[in-house]
Design a binder for this molecule. Structure first.
Ligand SMILES: Nc1ncnc2c1ncn2[C@@H]1O[C@H](COP(=O)(O)OP(=O)(O)OP(=O)(O)O)[C@@H](O)[C@H]1O
Length: 875
């Protein structure tokens, strides 16, 4: 009942309130003019309509975005924004999450280049001109320079998200310091109230303690969360920066390991493992060094106030002494960590190799050998890590003893100062010297002060300990910093092509000896006095394959590059693609790669991760395909032309994602390459052994398709042809440059560049296929062949003569027999007959190698010497 009455009461109250405001509103409205009311009504209505429409649009946009996100994820695609950024969607929980990726501006790279390639001389990183990527990691000026250089990438602006995260992190760290102070005081008060037997104050203290505990726990959790956020934000910045520098038109990803070699061949370890460790160590440094530092300042001040100047001097000298002992006796953690990272990378690299080449290893049955390699690498890593652990034992004993036990003893000594030396004991000492009013007040005051000081001392020891521990963290950070700095410096060196050999002459064909020019934008392919040399890792010089190559391929003049293995056929396409340097002379080629430009089909077919569609249009994405106004119907026609038309049905559609390199056969992979060629419609295509695994009839079909349909707009031609419309005249024929050892491909080409000629294989010939000269050459070859054939015929006739003669010799009565069967028994019989006849002249023109015949036992083979013509005897 009571509840009901309360409810009714509240209803009445509500109704009264509503009525009150209703009447207020009515009185206001009645006072206003009609126009104002009309305007207000229109305004209200418009706001409601616009608000509703805005909400509807917002909801629709969100729904469209969600749909688009899942569609793009399914089709492995993305969006290009007007400002050059890309919007990608990544699977997140049930749906997708949108990420906008901004590419690093070239200007930013240029601004940073100085930091990485021209470090200040004082840092000891090179001489200020020659970039040196090899440094000994440690706590020195080089580390400071490296760390600050990386910081300029990680925190590009004070207004950046990372700076905001660091400020919030710092605020929470300060808050925790403040809470530690409050906790120390509260601790003292609780113990004091307990000793005094004051239950009410004691309980109040406990309540405060619990409240403070909740808040402190929240603060601690936020500190950890923000630390992880800072770490991931640093990692995102650095990873994107490195990716932009690593994967760009300058082909740095190829040059880094194949030409420069500054970071070996394990760039993956640098980018994945070392970068992660560096970012967590850098984010942790802020709390492991920054927070203890603030703690030290605050707690020292507090202790100075309560314990006096003597205690502060004692504390300060304690820190200095501890730091110098630990620094002197600590092993070089930075260097150790850097080497550990390298060994980890090598071990991981071997595993990646095995995964990538599992099939080949399996065919060879090479598991034992691979295991040997892996075990050996792991053993090296294990021994290294064990030696680090051993070094750490000694250090940990020392560290623990100093930081935990000797510091506590020292802390007790300092806390006792106000008691035993009140004149030197600060506020505590002053309180000692004054009389406490009530009985036992002095002891209680002492207890409270002692507990508070002890807690402060503990916090101080903790902060100091963390500072000291962070010397080790700092050394490890120096190791990671050196690895990441080395990677970025090497990437900048490759990107800027900054190779100088100061003070000594350039090695021939080294990276500092590149004097040639590559001209992009030429309507053809041209080499003018270009040496073909295999580059070596910087700073070594390369090996010359061809001294000077000159040739020109104009549109429509298909070229076949032939010659024995290893003479430099692929090397020519590497130079043309910009993978290898143009040491001398001039190389000209079309500007773009792909549509209306030049395209390279490498010797080893490559299949990317992603959908079946991605395999055909690689390196385009679905977004680019749509930009070129192409669709799946077009792709189907392209696949049909490459004789792969069955793939979409067999594999379950264009969106199927598989490990394509394992799914497609060798020939299918090569045909996929041809399909890409037909899709991209380049003007020039370098096909390096692109059909070696394809049967010759399909090969012929593919070449004919490329030549006939390789028109600037083949899609139109193909589609229209299929629709039985007149075939338009080809505008720009696709010009094929084929690298092959197969002479059968000659018929599809106009010119032939033959490499590997001359005594040392360094000479070449460039000739038109089917010219008078070539015809004459072929005829001469044919003539020689015929001559040889005639010789063979002569020998055949001669052999028959011999056999006839032999038959006559062996047959009694002159009857002709077929060729004799040379068995031992026959020979023996003949020998006996000859002996009986006593005719040593029985075989004047034939000699039989009897010893051989005997040695062969029952074998029917004997060696018959050439029939002798009667030699004139002298005298
Ligand atoms: N990265 C490299 N480091 C060292 N030598 C290399 C490198 N790449 C190629 N070579 C060497 O350069 C020479 C030419 O290589 P290239 O690949 O051009 O030969 P090719 O004429 O295409 O042979 P094939 O017909 O077997 O494909 C070979 O002797 C090869 O061993």
């Amino acid at each position: 009942m009571a509840a009901q009455s309360t409810l009714r009461h509240s209803e009445d109250f509500l109704a009264a309130l509503i009525n009150k405001y209703k009447s207020k509103f009515h009185s206001r409205v009645s006072k206003t003019s009609r126009t104002t009311r009309l305007v207000a009504a229109i305004f209200l209505l418009t706001s409601i309509i616009l608000g509703g429409e805005g909400a509807r649009r917002w909801w629709k946009r969100r729904r469209d975005e969600r749909e688009q996100g899942s569609k793009l994820v399914r089709r492995n695609s993305w969006l290009h924004n007007k400002d050059g950024s890309r919007t990608i969607y990544i699977p997140y929980k049930e749906g997708t999450s949108k990420v906008v990726i901004f590419t690093t501006k070239p200007l930013t790279f240029e601004a940073h280049r100085r930091l990485f390639l021209n470090p200040p001389r004082v840092s000891g990183l090179g001489d200020g001109h020659v970039p040196s990527t090899q440094t000994k990691p440690g706590l020195n000026l080089a580390f400071l320079h490296q760390f600050l250089s990386l910081m300029s990438i990680m925190i590009p602006r004070w207004s950046s998200k990372e700076a905001g995260l660091l400020v919030s992190h710092g605020a929470f760290l300060m808050l925790r310091t403040y809470l530690s102070l409050v906790v120390a005081r509260l601790d003292g008060e609780i113990v004091r109230d307990l000793v005094a037997g004051n239950g009410k104050l004691f309980l109040l203290g406990i309540l405060k303690w619990c409240g403070l505990g909740g808040f402190a726990s929240y603060t601690n959790a936020m500190i950890k969360f923000l630390e992880s956020k800072v770490s991931i934000a640093f990692r995102t910045r650095l990873t994107r920066y490195i990716h932009d520098l690593y994967l760009n038109d300058n082909l740095n990803y190829y040059k880094l390991s194949n030409l420069d070699g500054g970071v070996g061949s394990g760039a993956d370890q640098f980018i994945t493992q070392d970068l992660t460790l560096f970012c967590s160590a850098a984010a942790n440094l802020y709390s492991s060094l920054g927070k203890p530092f603030v703690d030290l300042c605050v707690f020292n001040y507090q202790l100075y106030r309560s314990l006096g100047p003597l205690a502060l001097t004692g504390l300060a000298s304690n820190y200095i002494l501890t730091a110098s002992i630990l620094r002197r006796l600590s092993p070089p953690f930075g260097k150790l960590k850097a080497v550990e990272g390298k060994r980890e990378g090598e071990f991981r690299g071997l595993h990646s190799r095995l995964i990538a080449n599992a099939e080949e290893v399996a065919f060879y049955g090479g598991s034992e050998m691979e295991k040997q390699f892996l075990n050996r690498e792991f053993k090296a890593l294990k021994s290294w890590m064990e030696s680090i652990y051993k070094l750490k034992i000694r250090y940990n004993i020392l560290e623990d003893f100093i930081l935990k036990y000797s510091w506590s003893a020292y802390g007790y000594l300092l806390s006792s100062l106000p008691v035993f030396l009140p004149a030197w004991g600060g506020v505590g000492g002053a309180m000692e010297m004054t009389e406490y009013g009530e009985k036992g007040g002095k002891e209680r005051g002492r207890t409270k002060e002692f507990i508070t000081n002890k807690r402060l001392m503990l916090s101080l020891a903790d902060a100091g300990g963390r500072m000291m521990y962070s010397i080790k963290d700092l050394s490890e950070l120096a190791g990671y910093t050196s690895r990441v700095y080395t990677l970025i410096a090497t990437l900048h060196r490759v990107h800027a092509n900054a190779y100088y050999s100061r003070g000594r002459p350039n090695e021939l064909y080294s990276l500092s000896d590149v004097q040639g020019t590559i001209q992009k934008g030429f309507d053809g392919v041209r080499f003018e006095n270009v040496p073909v040399a295999v580059p070596s890792l910087w700073p070594q010089g390369g090996d010359e394959l061809i001294e000077s190559l000159s040739m020109i391929v104009r549109p429509g003049e298909h070229l076949l590059i032939s010659g024995p293995n290893g003479v430099g056929k692929t090397a020519i396409s590497r130079i043309l693609a910009g993978l290898w340097p143009v040491y001398r002379g001039l190389v000209s080629r079309p500007k773009d790669i792909g549509q209306d430009g030049i395209m390279f089909l490498p010797q080893r077919p490559y299949l990317s991760v992603g959908t079946l569609r991605d395999q055909v249009i690689y390196p385009d994405g679905e977004f680019d395909m749509k930009g070129k106004k192409k669709n799946e119907n077009h792709l189907q026609l392209v696949l049909d032309d490459a004789r792969l038309g069955y793939l979409p049905d067999r594999e379950g559609g264009w969106d199927t994602k598989k490990e394509w390199k394992d799914v497609l056969s060798g020939g299918e992979k090569q045909r996929m390459g041809i399909a890409r060629l037909l899709y991209h419609e380049p003007q020039f295509a370098i096909v390096d052994e692109g059909t070696s695994a394809v049967s010759s009839d399909v090969e012929g079909h593919l070449y004919e398709t490329c030549k006939e349909k390789g028109i600037s707009k083949p899609s139109r031609v193909t589609n229209l042809a299929r629709l039985a419309m007149p075939t338009p005249i080809p505008l720009f024929p696709l010009t094929l440059i084929t690298v092959s050892t197969r002479a059968s491909l000659k018929k599809y080409h106009t010119f032939n560049l033959i490499l590997g000629m001359g005594d040392n294989g360094g000479e070449w010939e460039y000739e038109r296929i089917g010219t008078e000269r070539e015809k004459m050459h072929v005829e001469r070859e044919l003539h020689e062949l015929r001559e040889r054939l005639e010789q063979v015929e002569t020998w055949k006739a001669r052999r028959e003569e011999i056999e006839t003669e032999l038959a006559k010799v062996w047959v009694d009565g002159g009857d002709e027999l077929g060729p004799p069967v040379y068995t031992e028994s026959v020979i023996e019989v003949q020998q006996e007959e000859a002996d009986e006849e006593g005719g040593a002249d029985a075989s004047p023109t034939t000699s039989v190698d009897q010893s051989q015949s005997q040695s062969q036992g029952t074998s029917s083979m004997v060696v018959v010497s050439e029939p002798k013509t009667e030699a004139p005897t002298e005298g």
